[in-house]
Design a protein around this ligand. Structure first.
Ligand SMILES: NC(=O)c1ccc[n+]([C@@H]2O[C@H](COP(=O)([O-])OP(=O)(O)OC[C@H]3O[C@@H](n4cnc5c(N)ncnc54)[C@H](O)[C@@H]3O)[C@@H](O)[C@H]2O)c1
Length: 248
């Protein structure tokens, strides 16, 4: 049996970068996926590629009411919700002294706030299925990387509500975990080609000696957190970064 047979997942930011790999992997593992993105072209092409078990919804997560619309679309399409993957993010690096309201709003409205709103909107449906939530944070937040003030704040806020939800919703049978990836997306590829010395230094701090591959290093771990194989794990932050950061 496939790991996610008969499970229904919502994946935000599911048409691009890591999210595209997640949508593809979840469908390959037997899940039905409602994936959300603002990139219409990428979303429609992926929907066509993956067939009837993938449904694309073009919604800006920053729009009021988007969480309820996404939940209702998943229930209308597939009848239940087993997994919520809060992967979407949009942010602009800036030195802390230059972080203003617009810079904060961009990242909080695309990641922290939709993560919380979707968790709240899907709570009832996830309680029915004893479901799993997987939120995305970042080593940049854990490390306090320079120029990542607003991003670090939003990502650490996501880790904060993950622990609260694990405690509050454990009795409802809902698991909530965080993953922090390091993966070769177009953005990371651009960065490593533009700043090769910086990239080489970063890779030298990764014990496994390379940047992660979305399909073979990141997606299988997220599938695991959506599957019953992780049924006794909640409230955790798991680094998918080749060992660069070791949490205790
Ligand atoms: N790539 C890495 O190495 C890395 C490192 C640490 C953390 N992360 C985290 O992993 C997740 C995925 O990162 P990525 O590199 O694939 O990002 P990405 O920018 O490549 O993709 C993000 C996707 O989210 C979508 N999106 C952004 N804002 C949206 C909105 N308001 N409404 C709907 N869709 C929206 C984008 O269109 C895009 O398809 C993010 O949460 C990111 O912070 C990634």
């Amino acid at each position: 049996m496939q790991q996610l047979t008969d499970k229904v997942a919502i994946i935000t930011g599911g048409a691009g970068g890591i999210g595209r790999g997640l949508t593809t992997a979840f469908v390959a593992a037997g899940a039905k996926v409602l994936f959300v993105d603002v990139d219409d072209e990428a979303g429609l092409s992926l929907e066509q590629e993956l067939g009837e078990n993938a449904r694309f919804l073009n919604i800006d997560l920053a729009a009021p009411g988007s969480a309820e619309s996404i939940r209702d679309a998943a229930l209308a399409a597939f009848g239940r919700i087993d997994t919520l993957v809060n992967n979407a993010n949009s942010s602009t690096p800036a030195p802390l002294l230059d972080v203003d309201d617009a810079n904060l709003d961009q990242v909080f409205e695309s990641s922290f706030r939709p993560t919380l709103k979707l968790m709240q909107a899907c709570h009832g449906a996830l309680a029915e299925t004893k479901g799993s939530i997987i939120n995305f944070a970042s080593g940049a937040g854990l490390n306090g990387d320079p120029n990542q003030g607003s991003y670090a704040a939003a990502k650490e806020a996501i880790r904060g509500i993950t622990r609260v939800a694990a405690n509050e919703w454990g009795p409802n049978g809902i698991r909530v975990n965080v993953v922090c990836p390091f993966a070769l997306t177009d953005g990371v590829r651009w960065w490593s080609e533009t700043y090769p010395e910086q990239a080489a230094h970063t890779v030298s701090t990764v014990p496994l000696g390379r940047i992660g591959d979305i399909a073979t290093d990141i997606a299988p771990a997220v599938v695991f957190f959506a599957s019953d194989a992780s049924q006794y794990i909640t409230g955790q932050t798991i680094m998918l970064d080749g060992g660069g950061i070791k949490l205790r």
